[in-house]
Design a protein around this ligand. Structure first.
Ligand code: ZN
Length: 333
C-alpha cells in the first residue's frame, strides 16, 4: 500500500484478511449506512492491534464484487505500520456483472475476454490510477462451476499466465469445489503450485484437504473464528494433523475477517461470531496448536515462509520484480 515491499520483508503474514467489504453503489444511494471517517478510524485501530500482536502483513483479497476501494485502504494504511498486499480479480459465486454480460467469450457480441487486460493492468501498472499494484489474483467458486464462475476463473488463469501472479480461489470445502477449481486452472495451463485454495479449512474432512495438497496447491486454513461454519477446535485438529504429516509448508493461516463488512446489520457479526476478528489466531489458535503438538518451526512456516513462497510462486526475472507486494516501503519505517 505504501509502495513495493520485497517478499522476504513480509514477515508474519495473515494470508486472507479483508480491510473493508462494502458495497459502494449501495452506499452512494444510502450514505447513512456507514460513516466513512468512522470506519477508517476503526480500521486504523483494529489493524494497529494486529500489528502490535506481531503481524507485519495481511493479504487482502477484496476484489471487484466485494467492494474493492484501494484508495480507502491506502488512507488506513498511511496510519498503520503494516503491509497490506492487495489483489485483483473478480468475486462472484454465480453470474458475471452485467458489464461483462454481452461482450466477451460465449456472449451475444463475443470477442476477447475484457477481464484479462483489466487484471493484467492492476498487476503491472497499478489499480485505478493509485500506482498500487495487485500482487495476486482472486476468483471464487461456491457450490458449482456456473458459466459466470467458469468465465472469471479462466480469465484469472490467463492473467496469471501473462504475469506469473499467484492465484487465490475462494472455494467451498463442503462442496469440495477446490478440486473443480484445480481442474479448470490446470486445463488452462496453470501450475497448481501457484494456487491457494481458500477456505479449505472449513471442513473436518482431512482426506479432502490432503488431496488438494497432493495435487500441488496450497490450502487456506483461513477462517479461524468463523465457528458457525466449523468450530475452532476442529480447525485446529485438522491443521495439527496435516502439520504432523509435514504439510505446514502447504498451509496458510488466517481469519477471513474484516474491519467493516456490510453483510450483517450492526452488532450482529460480533454477536454470532465473537471470535471472528484479527486477534483470534495470535491470542487463541497458536496456543491451541502448540498444545496439539505443533512446533514453533511449523508455526513459523505457516505464517512466514509459506505465504512468502506463494507470493513469489511461478515468477522469474521481470515478473519477480512485480511479485513484491504492496506494502509499507523501507522509506516509511
Ligand atoms: Zn474473504
Amino acid at each position: 500500500m505504501r509502495g513495493p515491499v520485497a517478499a522476504e520483508e513480509l514477515g508474519t503474514v495473515l494470508a486472507h484478511e479483508h480491510v473493508f467489504v462494502l458495497d459502494g453503489e449501495v452506499h452512494r444511494n444510502y450514505p447513512e449506512l456507514w460513516d466513512e471517517e468512522q470506519i477508517v478510524a476503526q480500521a486504523v485501530e483494529k489493524l494497529g492491534e494486529l500489528a502490535r500482536l506481531g503481524v507485519s502483513t495481511i493479504m487482502d483479497p477484496t476484489v471487484v464484487g466485494l467492494g474493492r476501494d484501494v484508495a480507502r485502504v491506502a488512507r488506513v494504511n498511511a496510519q498503520v505500520d503494516i503491509h497490506v498486499v492487495v489483489a485483483t480479480g473478480l468475486y462472484t459465486l454465480n453470474d458475471v456483472p452485467n458489464l461483462f454480460r454481452y461482450h466477451g467469450p460465449g456472449t451475444l457480441l463475443g470477442g476477447e475476454e475484457p477481464m484479462v487486460a483489466m487484471f493484467v493492468k492492476d498487476l503491472t501498472e497499478g489499480i485505478a490510477g493509485t500506482g498500487i499494484r495487485a500482487a495476486f489474483l482472486k476468483c471464487a467458486i461456491e457450490e458449482s462451476l456456473t458459466p459466470g464462475v467458469e468465465r472469471v476463473m479462466r480469465a484469472v488463469a490467463r492473467a496469471h499466465l501473462i504475469t506469473g501472479a499467484p492465484i487465490m480461489v475462494h472455494t467451498s470445502a463442503a462442496h469440495r469445489t477446490g478440486l473443480v477449481a484445480q481442474d479448470v486452472l490446470r486445463e488452462e495451463g496453470v501450475d497448481l503450485g501457484a494456487v491457494v485454495l481458500g477456505h479449505s479449512g472449513d471442513t473436518a474432512d482431512v482426506d479432502y484437504v490432503r488431496r488438494l495438497v497432493d495435487r500441488g496447491s496450497y490450502v487456506g486454513m483461513d477462517r479461524f473464528g468463523l465457528d458457525l461454519l466449523l468450530p475452532g477446535d476442529a480447525r485446529v485438529a485438522t491443521v495439527a494433523r496435516l502439520a504432523e504429516e509435514g504439510l505446514a509448508e502447504r498451509m496458510m493461516l488466517s481469519h477471513d475477517a474484516s474491519c467493516h463488512i456490510d453483510w450483517f446489520p450492526p452488532g450482529v457479526r460480533e454477536a454470532i461470531a465473537p471470535n471472528w476478528n484479527y486477534r483470534y489466531i495470535h491470542q487463541s489458535v497458536l496456543p491451541a496448536l502448540r498444545a496439539a503438538g505443533v512446533g514453533e518451526k511449523q508455526i513459523e512456516t505457516m505464517l512466514v515462509d509459506t505465504p512468502q513462497r506463494f507470493l513469489t510462486a511461478g515468477r522469474t526475472g521481470a515478473q519477480q520484480a512485480r511479485a513484491e507486494g504492496q506494502g509499507r516501503g523501507a522509506a516509511g519505517r
